[in-house]
Design a protein around this ligand. Structure first.
Ligand code: ADP
Ligand code: ZN
Length: 226
């Protein structure tokens, strides 16, 4: 079961990817998190990626493709995974196809999370995330139970340094220029289901479950979401 979640920054793709991973009990791969970890570890990859991320540019393809390959090597591809933040341009999409084809695997579903541009900026400025476990919060729509503390692991929440208005606008532009063609490619391949990024948070699990059932991707029925 291989699912790719696409959408502009702040669409809520991360929240949905995370839920699907939990529902289907498959690993979640978040390219942005892999990169942020590399930056905070100060690895060679992290040093190379840092400036691009701060400016809201795409990190070079060879770097992200290498990181993805490394991550996938440690997983059982046949069990599947959910991918958030990759592929972000056509070159990456072709690289992913290639990797999967070599393993006799294929993408089952591409979820495209749709949201209006003006919603994005407001939303990202209220976003907080857990640097430890990756949980995502929204100060208005999904606040943590305790101020500034992650419900799931107790770490102190952070605001990402690229969630600044000028960088957000640049990331949106990069999305339309680079990532939109990836979406069009998957639409032609018949893999895309579109979902709204503006649904109330408590309605999201049922919506996802319905889509997964329709595609025979078997989500677990009882899910405890914290
Ligand atoms: P968002 O989707 O909210 O912009 P992400 O956490 O997915 O945030 O990505 C943050 C940053 O990490 C991007 O702006 C970019 O610099 C870098 N990045 C993430 N995924 C990729 C990728 N597949 N290719 C190139 N750069 C990436
Ligand atoms: Zn946490």
């Amino acid at each position: 079961m291989i699912i790719v979640v696409l959408g502009p920054p702040g669409s809520g793709k991360g929240t949905r990817a995370r839920l699907i991973g939990q529902m289907c009990q498959v690993p979640l791969i978040v390219m942005g998190d892999i990169l942020r970890d590399a930056v905070s570890e100060g690895s060679e990859e992290g040093k190379r990626a840092k400036g691009y991320m701060e400016r809201g540019e795409l990190v070079p393809d060879d770097l992200v493709i290498g990181l993805l390959e490394e991550k996938l090597r440690r997983l059982n591809l046949k069990r599947g995974f959910v991918l958030d933040g990759f592929p972000r341009n056509l070159k990456q999409a072709e690289a992913l196809d290639h990797i999967l084809r070599d393993e006799g695997a294929d993408i089952d579903l591409v979820l495209n999370v749709v949201v209006k541009d003006d919603v994005i900026v407001e939303r990202l400025s209220l976003r907080r995330s857990c640097p430890h476990c990756g949980a995502i919060y929204h100060l208005k729509d999904k606040p943590p139970l305790k101020d500034e503390i992650c419900d799931e692991c107790g770490s102190r929440l952070i605001q990402r340094s690229d969630d600044r208005e000028d960088v957000i606008r640049h990331r949106i532009m990069v999305y339309y220029k680079e990532t939109k063609p990836v979406l069009d490619r998957y639409i032609k391949m018949g893999k895309v289901v579109e979902i709204s990024g503006e649904l109330m948070i408590d309605k999201i699990p049922d919506e996802l479950k319905k889509i997964l059932h329709e595609r025979r991707l078997f989500p677990v029925d009882k899910l405890t979401i914290k």
